[in-house]
Design a protein around this ligand. Structure first.
Ligand code: SF4
Length: 63
């Protein structure tokens, strides 16, 4: 790992209500602000989105 958080660990800015504590603030990372969610990424509900994230973590983890 070169920095940041490990995969599978929520962002420290994620609030208990699952909203971003930095939303709308200049401190919010540019990568977050530029992300454009897609149906493929989010699925039809939270469970599908989390399953997709888990699959991406597995597919992109360091060997
Ligand atoms: S939008 Fe970015 S900063 Fe905010 S909770 Fe998500 S990952 Fe963290």
């Amino acid at each position: 790992m070169t920095g940041g958080k490990p995969g599978g660990v929520p962002c420290v800015q994620l609030l208990p209500n699952l909203r971003c504590a930095l939303f709308g603030k200049p401190e919010r990372p540019a990568v977050c602000a530029s992300l454009r969610p897609t149906q493929e990424m989010c699925g039809g509900n939270r469970a599908e989105a989390m399953a997709g994230l888990a699959a991406m973590e597995l597919a992109t983890r360091p060997k």
